[in-house]
Ligand binder design. Structure first.
Ligand code: XMP
Length: 322
């Protein structure tokens, strides 16, 4: 991999911001640029760098793909409004669910269900309608490393695997935080004045809850994993872990509810200790915490009769299940 990593130890956040702001100005020139803000720390940092560099010549969008967590669009738009950045919500739910229909293979899900819809359809339309030539996005060093190593095709990696976005989608992609891993991205976010709600947010994958549904992604199955995710996040917020999540399994298991057989769904809970997502170990959560998460999930999420906790490490596990 030819990209030079800037480690947290060697990072001078102020200098990095200056360099990237200048680079964005130079690449975009007198034109406009767009960026897609998911509200994760990576895209939030890129939004602020772009905003600093271009002001109102940067158009920021939150793509409502139907795969985000409870209340997320409103929350993210509100956070950025408070920072003086206007974010428009683009409703693309039907496009994503149509593309994801019938797909069960994880890599096909990422490629056909997420990447192609984001880049070929939604962003291409936004670029066309806004007159922009450049898309700013928050690909980081770990995304590229895992994709180049063939571990997992991250949805936002192109040039490093031989895809020219200009040729494939008709616009240039600029990636200001390509040299940073997550801890360094957080440090830049703090230096940019982003609130801790954003800089200390656990990572969330680009394919969103689609990365947490094993088997076909439908609005109904997303609703199940979304509710389970809200419960897990509510229980584990502030626990200090690197990332915590819920996964909806494809297999059903026999359960018993109200004295009757209930052939129901299974949710797997994961909670990870990690610094950079390259390796990770399950958090040794108190059993009482796990039990209370399980009680809430089987009570509050319709159709779920079984809850498990992942106790394997990465590798060979991965942080996400898809
Ligand atoms: P894995 O599952 O590979 O995840 O152990 C490593 C880190 O990357 C996030 N992740 C993704 N992020 N697009 C992203 O932007 C993706 O396709 C993707 N898959 C995983 C994951 O949440 C974890 O923090």
């Amino acid at each position: 991999m030819s990209i030079r990593e800037i480690t947290l130890e060697s990072l001078d956040a102020g200098q990095f911001i200056e360099t990237q702001v200048a680079a964005i100005r130079e690449t975009v020139g007198g034109e406009t640029a767009i960026n897609a803000l998911s509200g994760g720390v990576d895209s939030s940092v890129v939004t602020m760098l772009g905003h600093k560099a271009l002001g109102s010549r940067l158009k920021s969008y939150f793509i409502e793909n139907g795969l985000m967590r409870e209340g997320e669009p409103e929350q993210i738009v509100g956070w950025f409004e408070a920072l003086g950045v206007k974010v428009d919500v683009v409703d693309a739910r039907d496009k994503f669910f149509a593309a994801l229909q019938g797909i069960t293979d994880p890599e096909e899900k990422r490629e056909q269900g997420i990447t192609q819809v984001f880049y070929k359809d939604v962003f291409a339309n936004l670029v066309r309608n806004s007159g922009a030539r450049v898309l700013l996005q928050g690909t980081n060093y770990t995304d590229v490393e895992e994709t180049a190593a063939g571990v997992k095709r991250q949805h936002n990696v192109f040039e490093q695997i031989g895809i020219d976005p200009q040729e494939a989608f008709g616009y240039k992609v600029l990636e200001p935080i390509l040299q940073l891993r997550k801890p360094a991205v957080r440090a830049v976010g703090r230096a940019l004045g982003l609130p801790a709600d954003i800089t200390e947010r656990p990572p969330f994958p680009g394919p969103a809850l689609a990365a947490r549904v094993i088997g076909e992604v439908t609005p109904e199955r997303i609703a199940v994993v979304r509710r389970a995710t809200a419960i897990v996040e509510d229980a584990l917020n502030g626990c200090g872990a690197f990332q915590y999540l819920a996964v909806l399994h494809e297999d059903r298991v026999t359960g018993l509810r109200d004295g009757k057989r209930d052939f129901g769904a299974q949710i797997e809970v994961r909670c990870w200790e990690s610094t950079d997502a390259v390796t990770a170990a399950p958090t040794e959560l108190p059993f009482a915490t796990l039990r209370s998460i399980a009680d809430r999930i089987v009570t509050e999420v319709p159709g779920v009769v079984s809850v498990t906790y992942n106790i394997a490490t990465k590798p060979p596990s991965c942080i996400e299940a898809v």
